[in-house]
Structure formats: C-alpha cells, structure tokens
Design a protein around this ligand. Structure first.
Ligand code: V0V
Ligand code: CO
Length: 141
C-alpha cells in the first residue's frame, strides 16, 4: 500500500528561522511554500530525494492560528516532529482498507494537501502515538 516516505512534518515556531537552519545543515532547498487555511498551517517543502515512485521532503509547519493542530502541538510539546506522511498510489483504496481493519481515521475522505495532493490523517492512538498522513501526490510532485 505504501510507496515511500513522502515527508516528515516538523512543527516550528517560525519558518523564517527554521528554513535557513535546514538549508544550512543539509543543503536542502525550498521547492514549494503554501498556506493551507483549513489545516491552519503555513508550510515549506524542502526536497530531500526524487525517485521513481515520487519525491521525499521535509515539511516545515508554522501555525496560522493558536487553535490549530500545529498551534496546539507547539503549546503542549514545543517544536519537533509532528507527523510522518507516507505516499500511496490510490488514497481512496488505502482509506477503505484502513477502515476495514478498524483504524481511527481523522479524515474519512481525502482533503486538500500541499501542491494539489490528496491527503488524509490517521489518528496517532492506533499507531504508536505517531500522527500519520497518507499522500496521493499530484502529477509531478
Ligand atoms: C496531538 N496528539 C498527538 C499529536 N497531536 N500525538 C502525536 N502526534 C501529534 N501530532 C495527541 C495529544 O498528545 C493527546 O494525547 C491527543 O492526541 C489529543 O490531543 P489534543 O491536543 O487535544 O488534540 P486534538 O484531539 O484536538 O487533535 C489531535 C488530532 C489533530 C491528531 C486529531 O491534531 C488533527 O486533526 N491532526 C490532523 C491535521 C493536522 O495535523 N494538520 C496539520 C498538518 P493524550 O494527551 O490524550 O495522550 S497539515 C499537512 O501536513 C499538510 C497540509 C500536508 O502535508 O499537505
Ligand atoms: Co504533512
């Protein structure tokens, strides 16, 4: 079902501060930035690897409001790894399979993700405390 690690989502207080640190440390480049109002985040995608099954990124996430998943996470836990996102070829069948096996989906149907992707979150409680996202990337991403 999973084709790759699409991204590691990292909660940061300030993209302006975090981006240069990641660029400096690993020579990564920001290839996409976007505000996702529904998710309450301003995000930057730094490309780690391009492969046959798609790309892998670091996703830096700054909250747009305190009362959002990343805003609440920062207040409770401080900056750090917020979620892991796996690539899938077909998110509808992946979600159907997880529903059948009894996983608690945050999104029962896909929602809008970065760069035109279709995404859905699975609740951390059934997956070792790790908030998990599935990504069906748009063509070329
Ligand atoms: C909260 N909890 C987490 C967590 N956030 N555990 C692991 N990783 C996280 N990131 C735990 C928290 O410690 C509590 O555990 C429990 O969940 C309830 O916490 P809460 O603060 O009351 O939060 P809730 O229940 O209001 O919301 C938690 C969920 C929420 C996971 C349902 O964060 C959510 O809907 N996330 C999905 C959307 C999202 O994260 N969007 C931002 C990224 P205890 O204390 O009960 O044990 S957007 C993105 O990645 C995009 C657009 C993209 O990639 O394209
Ligand atoms: Co994400």
């Amino acid at each position: 079902m999973l084709t790759r690690i699409d991204h590691v989502g990292i909660a940061v207080v300030s993209l302006a501060e975090a981006i240069p640190r990641y660029e400096e440390a690993f020579g990564l480049k920001v290839v996409h930035q976007e505000d996702n109002d529904r998710q309450g985040v301003r995000e930057a995608m730094l490309l780690v690897h391009s492969g046959e099954v798609g790309n892998s990124y670091v996703q830096l996430l700054e909250p747009l409001r305190e009362d959002s998943p990343v805003g609440k996470f920062l207040a409770k836990r401080g900056p750090g790894i917020h979620h892991i996102a796996y690539g899938v070829a077909d998110i509808d069948s992946a979600l159907a399979a997880l529903t059948t096996t009894g996983f608690d989906l945050v999104n029962k149907t896909p929602v809008h993700g970065t760069a035109g992707s279709r995404i859905a979150f699975v609740h951390p409680k059934g997956l070792g405390g790790v908030l998990t996202e599935l990504v069906e990337a748009a063509e070329g991403h």
